[in-house]
Design a protein around this ligand. Structure first.
Ligand code: DGL
Length: 273
């Protein structure tokens, strides 16, 4: 099969990356995708950088062995800990598989929106501790004020489908309601689960803070990368395919994942890494 007809490999610790897959499919409707959710080992957000890197390398090896033309790390924690290692291993001459993460696209989208008041990022403990957003913001916009907040309960709420209502609203308020008083005017959702709670998050921070989801910005970055590498599928190519794989609980993934993707997931295979 010509390289440009291969699928794009997308991975996450579980189902959260489906929010990124949805944006990728909307932006690149001719492309095929293979999604791998490491549901046996979710969450990554509370694990050490070394462990997350090891998991990300195993998932990537699997996707590459199946044949993918590009890799998208649709997980902030894995992007924060493993993007440089994976780029070095796969994007270099010889293999030339472009690797994109979600952190830098999210940062660029936030910088396009801020009116200079400062940017906050809400993310898992691991992503906040890794400082990936803080580093990218300081590198791309030295002098910008950055607030980072770990919001670990958001992942559990999203996994339960409790994305609105009293518990979700109160949790969002406890984590984030003081942000406007710090002068921040933009909030990046630095975790792929958080877009599902966007309504309660926007309610907590109020209308003075713009909320940024990195999924659309990531899809734009992936499209640019494929174009630069001459890897876009041409018009008239065979209809695209989307495959789903998980390391545990395919039925649960199909059920909860359809919420994330906003469409039914008909078939999910179980893989052993
Ligand atoms: N997908 C992860 C992220 O974006 C959140 C879930 C986890 O902790 O694994 O950071």
């Amino acid at each position: 099969m010509p390289r440009r007809d291969l699928p794009i490999g997308v991975f996450d610790s579980g189902i959260g990356g489906l929010t990124v897959l949805a944006a990728l499919r909307a932006r690149l409707p001719r492309e095929s995708f293979t999604y791998l959710g490491d549901t046996a080992r979710v969450p990554y957000g509370t694990k050490t950088p070394e462990t997350v890197r090891r998991y990300a390398e195993q998932v990537t090896r699997r996707l590459v062995s199946e044949g993918v033309k590009m890799l998208v790390i649709a997980c902030n924690t894995a992007s924060a800990h493993a993007l440089p290692t994976l780029r070095l291993a796969y994007a270099a001459p010889g293999r030339e598989i472009p690797v994109e993460g979600v952190v830098e696209p999210g940062v660029r989208a936030a910088l396009a929106l801020t009116r200079g008041g400062g940017i906050a990022v809400a993310a898992t403990e691991g992503t906040v501790r890794a400082g990936a957003y803080q580093e990218a913001l300081r590198r791309l916009a030295p002098g910008v004020r950055v607030e980072a907040r770990a919001c670990p309960l958001f992942v559990a709420l999203a996994e339960e489908g409790w994305t609105a209502g009293d518990v979700a609203s109160l949790t969002a308020r406890l984590y984030l309601a003081d942000l406007p008083a710090t002068g921040v005017d933009t909030l990046v959702l630095g975790c792929t689960h958080y877009p599902l709670l966007r309504g309660v998050i926007e309610g907590a921070v109020g209308p003075g803070v713009a909320v940024v989801d990195s999924a659309v910005a990531t899809a734009d970055a992936v499209a640019a990368s494929l174009e630069a590498a001459g890897l876009l599928r041409p018009p008239g190519a065979a209809p695209p395919t989307v495959r789903f794989q998980v390391t545990d609980g395919p039925e649960r993934f199909a059920r909860v994942g359809s919420l994330f993707l906003a469409e039914p997931i008909p078939e999910v295979s179980l893989v052993d890494l």
